[in-house]
Design a protein around this ligand. Structure first.
Ligand code: ATP
Ligand code: MG
Length: 240
């Protein structure tokens, strides 16, 4: 049997004395998009950090392709592109220079044409590409981060609040890029506060509350997950 690219089995995580994740289980199938929602402090970023091997579970498992992350951290990371909450690109370098630099750090060789193509894919305006990132909007910087993920050709993409601070059109553009990557086979695990965006792109949406997965929604073949249902469940989970 082929293992799911990403799965959590009864995952429990302690940070200090806090039980930050409590028996969390989910599976993301190959090429699917999973969106994890939850209030501030619910444990969303912690979940991502556990899959990167930066935090160890106290019990349960975080699995990449069926292998526990802790058993092969380098192997897990080699599969993953991770976009943290605030991207760590260099403001004094241009889009091209940032991409060349981060690719060389990862010992990945890509031609200038491949780099240009990836920037075409994310629709970064050609006239901006040689300017320093300090002159970019947040949405433009996010596009450079996504380009890097495309150039790395990672099968798994982990995103922490990728659309926070983006305007509605930039969010639409971003969601289209995610759907394209998913259609090309990339498995995407996204943490977000954007209920609408989550339902727009995700095959499954999970709701985390104080470290517990309280609801899971699944899109049907021909129907997206209902924004209203998720919103209502979110409100109820916060009230209870
Ligand atoms: N470095 C740390 N040491 C100890 N506890 C931490 C640390 N970072 C986070 N926590 C705790 O872990 C819990 C979950 O934090 P986490 O960052 O995963 O939440 P989140 O769902 O990503 O929240 P947000 O929406 O605000 O980003 C919180 O209670 C937080 O106080
Ligand atoms: Mg967070």
């Amino acid at each position: 049997m082929i293992s799911s690219p990403i799965s959590a089995k009864n995952l429990c995580v302690l940070r200090g004395d806090n039980q930050v994740l409590d028996n969390v289980s989910f599976t993301i199938d190959a090429g699917d998009i999973f969106a994890l929602l939850g209030g501030n402090g619910a444990g969303k970023s912690t979940t991502l950090l556990t899959f990167l091997g930066l935090i160890s579970p106290s019990s349960g498992q975080a699995l990449i392709n069926g292998v526990e992350v802790g058993a092969d951290i380098q192997g897990a990371r080699a599969q993953i592109s991770y976009l943290p909450e605030s991207a760590n690109l260099y403001p004094h370098l241009s889009a091209y220079e940032n991409l060349e630099y981060f690719l060389s750090l990862a010992h990945i060789s890509r031609s200038p044409e491949e780099i240009s193509l990836s920037l075409d894919e994310v629709k970064l305006a050609p006239e901006a590409r040689k300017k320093p990132l300090s002159s970019y909007s947040k949405g433009m910087r996010q596009k450079v981060s996504i380009s890097l993920a495309i150039l790395r050709r990672s099968p798994l993409l982990l995103l922490d609040e990728p659309t926070s601070g983006l305007d509605p059109l930039a969010i639409d553009e971003f969601n289209i890029i995610l759907k394209t990557l998913s259609n090309l086979g990339t498995t995407i695990f996204m943490v977000t506060h954007d209920v609408y965006g989550a339902c727009e792109v995700a095959k499954r949406v999970g709701l985390l509350r104080q470290g517990k997965m309280t609801s899971m929604f699944q899109a049907r073949e021909d129907q997206k997950i209902s924004v209203d249902e998720v919103h209502q469940a979110f409100r109820q989970s916060q009230a209870s």
